[in-house]
Design a protein around this ligand. Sequence first.
Ligand SMILES: CC(C)(COP(=O)(O)OP(=O)(O)OC[C@H]1O[C@@H](n2cnc3c(N)ncnc32)[C@H](O)[C@@H]1OP(=O)(O)O)[C@@H](O)C(=O)NCCC(=O)NCCS
Length: 492
Amino acid sequence: MISFKLNFKKNDDSPKPGDLKKNGKSKPEKSKGAQAGTPRKKDILIPYVENTSKTLVKNNGIENDLYVKHDVKRGLRNSNGTGVVVGLTRIGAVDGYKINEKNEKVAVEGKLYYRGYDVEDLVKNVISEDRFGFEETSYLLLFGELPNKKQLAEFTELLGSHRELPVGFARDMIMTAPSANIMNKLARSVLALYSYDPTPDDLSIPNVLRQSIELMGHFPPLVSYAYQAKKSYFDNESMHIHNPLPELSTAENILRMTRPTGEFTKLEARLLDISLMLHAEHGGGNNSTFATHLLSSTDTDTYSVIAAAIGSLKGPKHGGANAAVLNMILDLKKNVKDITNHKDVEKYLIRVLKGEANDGSGLIYGLGHAVYTISDPRAAILKGMAKELAVDKHLLDDFMLCDFIEKRAPSLYKEVKGTDKPMPANVDLYSGFVYNALNIPIDISTPLFATARLSGWCAHRMEELIAGKRLIRPAYICVQKNYDYTPIGKRK
Ligand SMILES: CC(C)(COP(=O)(O)OP(=O)(O)OC[C@H]1O[C@@H](n2cnc3c(N)ncnc32)[C@H](O)[C@@H]1OP(=O)(O)O)[C@@H](O)C(=O)NCCC(=O)NCCS
């Protein structure tokens, strides 16, 4: 045991608790640095962080060899590129490869199943029955079976009756301190809803299911109002607040609340509905759903879990890729005069891969996937929808641009990087196109992904509470050398 002998100097003049009261001062005195004529806080902080971050970077690098030496599953991937198995689920299956007898990954066409149903069948059936399908999909994900007519009507009505936000919430929590990024506002709104819940920490399944249904009802107005606040505060545009209507589907309510006139066509709502169906679930291993399992495994509350999942989804390597695709296309159009000129488009894509164009990340957004190899089934369905929209909305050049990127970028990647990598078009390449054609602003493209994926997150959260039952706690090997402490007077 360590014993501490604290040695306070008699003439120690540092402030002690209660000092302010004793002096009769209500506020601490202004420090000299804050007086007029002295540098502003930022003028001091920016050079400070620029200098000190060099030390920070130097002390945080880890050589690649060490990852190999310790057999670290970087990114939770095995050496053959497959994902490390960390759990079991009944909710969704993402099939993107097969493993042969030599334990190698073999590319196959992608398939996606929700509770054992092929997502292509779910979409085909709602199209042939000419109805909305996102509510049915959410029911399937939550309860594990397809609803009959009565169950679906009851569930849809329940969602509709929970669209309205708590009294004063839009004013107090959304309109004040708007955010330039709706995902951050959405996460904050979800965290704030904790305060409006009489039993926020109750982990019983009926209570978590109640919270899930309420959140599913609330997401369309949370997203739409946050977008309206952003438009007014950051873009200097008019704000249009339309109340949600309980009889409308999730897709219809989103279009109603985000559009200035509140008007939309049936076709637009049906296409958005299909897009929501396609984004609702993607197995347990995708980053935001894994975050849902990770946090749920600590027995924390639903609001903390969903806010964390939103934070994960925002990243441009995950759900934020749909906005990143749209921004990349805007950047391409600024740099390439004629988007039908394939040679010029190629030159631009090579510059992107070299980190010289767009955001400098070296990534062509909308391509590549951690699981899919030959194809992403969601992208294939969205591509079909995109093609029809392209004809209808006279956007064929834009559609053909995405098609060209999809076909040419993998070989360009090989030419630039010298390595081969399966790079199928992923869901975000064509969802960006579809949202753009539907006049859905870039600002809400990722929040719409969150609105859809919330159903999957809630299903996985309850699965973790029912079946997981182990604190998720992997290991990190510390590769830092240990030192003897140097007293402050002896440091360089
Ligand atoms: C989705 C994604 C993260 C999956 O990646 P992954 O298969 O796990 O592959 P890794 O992240 O291990 O990347 C392997 C290499 O391929 C590169 N790569 C992967 N996708 C790429 C892309 N779309 N454009 C350029 N390079 C890409 C990576 O930069 C990495 O290069 P490095 O070895 O030089 O560091 C990745 O493909 C990506 O970032 N795509 C763009 C973002 C996107 O569209 N995300 C939506 C996913 S649905």
